[in-house]
Design a protein around this ligand. Structure first.
Ligand SMILES: C[S@@+](CC[C@H](N)C(=O)[O-])C[C@H]1O[C@@H](n2cnc3c(N)ncnc32)[C@H](O)[C@@H]1O
Length: 216
């Protein structure tokens, strides 16, 4: 049980240290989750129909190119949040002067204070499936419900039912569309889901599930 503030802070520091080490030890384009473009996320975002000035946050965005593609498509209200300073630094450096058009936050999604109801879109690829404790998932859901406006969209990519059970030295949970949707509960309606096989830079295959849930 995560029953004290101290324990919460310790877990958060451990997570930050772990991911810092992962980025330190691996070349950026060799990490297993790397993809040149997050095509399925981009498609689901387009289908959500949010306007170009909608507030969009990439939670655990790392050094993903999603933000580059969104800027290029004209989205103007973008935030990238990640625990790992090295990943944010790499993304900012890649974007160059355009990085000034993005809000960058170094922090833990389970813990950082969010402005209530600001977000139209919460995007998470490959973060939620690392939450293997019910308390962590409950904290994540509380954070999402606080930050996401009614009618807002959560685009979530996790390992699928036949995806890996471990990644980057951590245990993971696997989901199908029904179990993921049930995990987020009655505040959300499942609008879309798709299974995708991700080919890692090392040539292995990982099964991912992408879902778009809409807050009621
Ligand atoms: C597997 S990587 C995925 C990165 C990116 N979403 C992508 O698809 O390329 C997971 C990322 O989540 C970040 N992360 C893990 N736990 C987090 C947390 N509790 N809060 C914020 N970021 C977190 C890690 O630092 C890492 O960058």
């Amino acid at each position: 049980m995560m029953d004290s503030l101290q324990e919460h802070l310790t877990l958060s520091k451990d997570r930050k240290a772990h991911w810092g080490m992962v980025y330190e030890r691996n070349a950026l384009h060799s990490v297993s989750w790397y993809r040149e473009h997050l095509d399925t996320s981009l498609r689901m975002l387009a289908e959500s129909g949010v306007p170009l000035d909608a507030a969009i946050m990439d939670v655990g965005g790392g050094h993903s190119t999603l933000v580059d593609d969104l800027l290029q498509q004209g989205y103007s209200n973008l935030t990238v949040l990640d625990l790992a300073d090295a990943a944010l630094f790499a993304a900012r450096r890649r974007l160059g002067p355009s990085s000034a058009r993005v809000t960058w936050i170094a922090g833990d999604v389970l813990w950082i204070p969010f402005e209530k109801g600001r977000l139209a879109v919460w995007h998470d690829r490959a973060v939620f499936h690392f939450l293997t404790h019910a308390e962590e998932r409950a904290a994540y859901l509380r954070q999402m419900l606080h930050a996401l406006q009614p009618g807002g969209h959560a685009i979530l990519a996790t390992f699928g039912p036949e995806g890996p059970t471990r990644c980057s030295g951590l245990d993971t949970c696997r989901y199908d569309a029904t179990s993921l949707s049930e995990t987020f509960g009655p505040d959300f309606v499942l609008r879309d889901s798709v299974i995708e096989i991700h080919k890692t830079p090392a040539g292995n295959q990982q099964q991912f599930l992408y879902c778009r849930l809409q807050r009621r």
